[in-house]
Design a protein around this ligand. Structure first.
Ligand SMILES: [Ca+2]
Length: 476
């Protein structure tokens, strides 16, 4: 209790002091007391929809650990990702910036990065991991990266001391015959540790990433840490551990229930180590639901510019600091985590470049009267700007206008009744398109890509050709 009081007071002091450029001076005192810095854990599910977990209304999936997390924490009901697909969404989480700003609104040849692509998250970007590492944090990433698989782009090149996971999606493997994929490697650091050979291996990915994350937390219990747990689940191809498969009607249900277990393991570990009051945990998803999963009350799914593609089921948890059993409906996004974490760690987001995210700590801790720091949020579809939300109004690039307060399902286009709103939002879209073009940064690029492991059955260097450089057969 004493420890906690001390921690909280120091934290508040840090927040109070770190309000200007003078933060470096102001935070010196805080920095020496490293125990006061909170730990951060981001549990990032792949392709899970707004309606897939109990706290967000699922009647299909049993998610007791997330139910408890929501009871002990706070549901963010208007929390967004910046893109309805993997790579761009992850680029925003890592950089606090819109994906088009960092050149990763899409891959060079496809909507997301593919094995061996010569592009990736530019090493000159300052990631959330680099900011925290700089402040003395141990940094670990356990799971799916998908921001480039070439030297310079991997987690260990982007601020993570420890990495264990797959470099891109789990369906980018020979099991998906649509493209000539190489084998799917699991990396430890930047080295291939083993291959995901079959569906039994796929089924183990949730447990393996969870176990590695728990190991990392235990190992770093005495210093501040940042644990990023981007699960391969619940992305296709789907199979869960036998104990979950045996108790579920579908593979989707089994996978959701296994990631629920995973979140439970993380929270349980924190409580066992008495770190729970000094660790901020966020559970969310990288984009809306893929086939077989649910957006709940929202329209659209993975890939869509509607709410279902971008609004993700999000719970934040830090007992004693984040008010238990509460909800926040203010607009916020994954881009806000970088500035928020930076501030709590006693520093600030980079100032030499445009960072779109803002500090949302007042929203997370339920500060009375706290409002979203954003007067606009931009959506994208197919790698392109596709809409804007301001307040409760949302304009799609095709001119459809919705009021999300009265019509969360985006069922009634009310553009013709609200010409002024349409004009106002259109202007925001136009301004953003110009501004982001002006202030965008280069994507990471190397002359020639090479896959990490060869395509099965192909001899020599040819086996390492980037997947999409190989002449494609017509898919059936
Ligand atoms: Ca995804």
């Amino acid at each position: 209790m004493h420890f906690y009081t001390y921690t909280r007071r120091t934290l508040l002091m840090a927040i109070g002091l770190c309000t200007s450029i003078a933060f470096i001076v102001g935070c010196t005192a805080v920095e020496t007391k490293s125990a006061s810095k909170p730990n951060f854990i981001v549990i990032f599910i792949d392709d899970m929809g707004y309606g897939d977990i109990g706290p967000f209304g699922s009647k299909i999936n049993s998610t007791p650990h997330l139910d408890k997390m929501a009871k002990e924490g706070r549901m963010m009901t208007s929390f967004y990702v910046t893109s309805p697909v993997c790579t761009p969404s992850r680029a925003s989480l890592m950089t606090g910036s819109y994906p088009q700003r960092v050149g990763l609104n899409r891959g060079p040849k496809h909507i997301v990065l593919f094995p061996g692509d010569n592009k990736g998250l530019n090493p000159s970007e300052i990631t959330i991991a680099e900011i925290l590492k700089d402040k003395g944090y141990a940094t670990g990433c356990f799971g799916k990266w998908h921001l480039g698989d070439q030297p310079g782009f991997l987690p260990t090149d982007q601020g993570f001391d420890t990495y264990f996971g797959i470099p891109y999606s789990n369906d980018m493997w020979p099991g998906l015959k649509k493209w000539p994929f190489p084998d799917l490697p699991v990396l430890e650091g930047d080295k291939v540790k083993f291959l995901v050979k079959d569906m039994d291996d796929q089924a183990k990915l949730c447990k393996q990433f969870t176990d590695e994350a728990v190991k990392f937390i235990k190992k770093n219990k005495d210093k501040p840490f940042f644990c990023y747990l981007p699960h391969a689940f619940v992305h296709w191809p789907r199979l869960a551990s036998p104990e979950f498969m045996n108790n579920a009607k579908t593979k989707e249900e089994a996978q959701v229930e296994e990631v629920d277990w995973s979140a439970g393991q993380i929270l349980k570990t924190l409580k066992e180590l008495n770190l729970h009051k000094n660790t901020f945990v966020i559970f969310t998803s990288d984009n809306g639901p893929a086939g077989g999963l649910s957006a709940g009350p929202l329209r659209g799914k993975k890939g869509s510019g509607f709410e279902g593609g971008h609004r993700v089921p999000t719970i934040v948890w830090m007992p004693g600091t984040i008010p238990a059993g509460t909800q926040c409906n203010e607009m916020s996004s994954t881009m806000d985590l970088l500035p928020t974490f930076a501030k709590l760690a006693g520093t600030a987001a980079p100032t030499d470049r445009v960072i779109d995210g803002k500090d949302i700590w007042p929203l997370l801790i339920g500060k009375e009267g706290a409002k979203t720091p954003h007067d606009r949020f931009f959506y994208q579809q197919g790698g392109k700007l596709s809409g804007v939300r301001s307040g409760n109004w949302k304009l799609m690039i095709n001119g459809a206008l919705f009021n999300l307060k009265d019509d969360l399902a985006e069922s009634k286009n009310i553009a013709s009744q609200n010409p002024e709103k349409v004009e106002n939002l259109k202007k925001m879209l136009a301004e953003f398109a110009i501004e982001v073009e002006k202030n965008k940064r280069a994507v990471g690029s190397i002359p020639k890509g090479r896959t990490l492991v060869p395509r099965p059955g192909v001899e020599g260097e040819e086996g390492y050709m980037p997947t999409l450089s190989i002449p494609q057969k017509k898919s059936k």
